[in-house]
Design a protein around this ligand. Structure first.
Ligand SMILES: *Cc1c(COP(=O)(O)O)cnc(C)c1O
Length: 232
C-alpha cells in the first residue's frame, strides 16, 4: 500500500465514522505522525493532502522543518524537556504536551522574545498509568487556571491524551470520554485566553473510538507510513 492510498483509506473511514455518529468529517483533522519517517515520505503525505504533521522529538522536528518549512503545520506531540523548547518555539503550530509549570515558564520566556502566542494542549493521563506522561485529571483545572492567569503567551486550546494499549474497547472508550468531559468542565469556567475547542486523541489502532467520543485531531503514524524502524 502506498502512503497516498493509506491516507485516502483513513480519510474515507473517518468520513464513515463521522456519518455514523452524526459529526461533520471536517471537524476531525487527520494528523500524520512522522517520527522516524524520512523527509521524502513526509512530502508524499503532504502531496496526498495532509496539512498537519506531528513529531515527538524537538530536534527531529527542527531538522525536517529546515527542509519542508511551512508547507505543513508542525505539532510537537511528545514529552518536551525545557532545554529543547528553543528548537521548536518558532516552528510549531501547536504543542500537545503541556504538563508542568516549568515548561510553561520556558515557553513563556521564549515566546515573548519572538512576540508569539503559542497554542498548547494540556496532556492528561486519564488512565493514571505510571508509564504515561501528563497531569492527572484532578489537577487539570487548577493547572489551566494558573496558565490563564500567569502565562500570557500561552493559549490553551484543549486537551490531549493517550489511551492505554489494551484490546478492551470499553477501557479505551472510558479514557476518551473522560477527556471530553474534562474539556467541557474547563470550558464552562470561561477562563481568559482558554479556548477548549481541540481534543487530540486517537492513534492508528483506536482513532475510530476517539472520533466517536469527540476527537478533533487524530494522531496517526503506523496506519499511514507502516511500522516504524527505530534503527534509522
Ligand atoms: C507515535 C505516536 C502516535 C502515533 O502512533 P501510531 O500507533 O503509529 O499511529 C500518536 N501520538 C503520540 C503521542 C505518539 O508518540
Amino acid at each position: 500500500m502506498s502512503i497516498e492510498s493509506n491516507i485516502k483509506k483513513i480519510k474515507d473511514e473517518i468520513a464513515s465514522i463521522c456519518n455514523d455518529c452524526g459529526r461533520n468529517p471536517e471537524d476531525v483533522n487527520l494528523m500524520a505522525v512522522t517520527k522516524t519517517v524520512d523527509v521524502d515520505a513526509v512530502l508524499e503525505a503532504i502531496e496526498a493532502g495532509i496539512t498537519d504533521v506531528g513529531e515527538n522529538k524537538p530536534q527531529e522536528l527542527a531538522r525536517k522543518y529546515e527542509v519542508i518549512g511551512d508547507k505543513v503545520n508542525w505539532h510537537l506531540i511528545g514529552t518536551l524537556q525545557t532545554n529543547k523548547v528553543k528548537y521548536i518555539i518558532d516552528k510549531v503550530t501547536m504543542i500537545h504536551s503541556l504538563d508542568r509549570e516549568a515548561l510553561c515558564e520556558e515557553i513563556q520566556k521564549r515566546a515573548e522574545k519572538i512576540d508569539r502566542v503559542i497554542d498548547c494542549l494540556v496532556q492528561v493521563n486519564i488512565s493514571k498509568e505510571e508509564t504515561k506522561h501528563g497531569l492527572y485529571k484532578d489537577d487539570v483545572v487548577e493547572f489551566i487556571k494558573m496558565v490563564s492567569e500567569k502565562y500570557k503567551n500561552i493559549r490553551i486550546r484543549g486537551l490531549m491524551t493517550m489511551a492505554p494499549f489494551v484490546d478492551d474497547e470499553e477501557v479505551i472508550e472510558s479514557v476518551f470520554k473522560g477527556l471530553k468531559d474534562l474539556s467541557l468542565e474547563v470550558e464552562s469556567l470561561g477562563l481568559e485566553n482558554v479556548y477548549m475547542n481541540t481534543l487530540s486523541m486517537g492513534m492508528s489502532h483506536d482513532y475510530h473510538i476517539a472520533i466517536k467520543n469527540g476527537a478533533t485531531i487524530v494522531r496517526v503514524g503506523t496506519a499511514i507510513f507502516g511500522p516504524r524502524n527505530y534503527n534509522n
